[in-house]
Design a protein. Structure first.
Length: 124
């Protein structure tokens, strides 16, 4: 797949509930995921197994109440960005929050090799 196909499939997978399936298809085995802040697991996660574990943690900790995905937006021939807007509820506390997040993805060798997240978070 080229970068545009990867970007379109990542967005489609997010909209259609195939994000975990797309980890296997779209990400390099040694991909790096970088969060804006350390939420107890470090800001950087290295490798597909670690990124998969991040997804599992998120699904266990949060309930998605609303979600919107915008993009992809291209940047050269190796990067794209996606905007995620959501309303989530923390399963442990019941606290509901609005989130807006920008994901910037870097592609090399037909796979996503790096993702970086920038976000806002506010209680509802």
């Amino acid at each position: 797949m080229d970068m545009m196909e990867i970007a379109e499939e990542l967005v489609a997978g997010c909209r259609e509930g195939r994000a975990k399936e797309n980890l296997e298809r779209l990400y390099a085995a040694d991909a790096v995921s970088v969060e804006a802040v350390d939420m107890g697991q470090g800001r950087e996660t290295h490798g597909l197994d670690g990124i998969r574990a991040k997804h599992e943690w998120w699904e266990g900790a949060m309930e998605m109440l609303e979600a919107e995905v915008t993009g992809p937006m291209w940047h050269g021939d190796d990067r794209f960005a996606v905007i995620f807007r959501s309303k989530v509820k923390e399963r442990e506390t019941g606290k509901v929050s609005d989130m807006e997040e920008v994901g910037v993805y870097t592609v090399a060798g037909g796979k996503i090799v790096r993702e970086e997240f920038f976000y806002t978070y506010s209680e509802v």
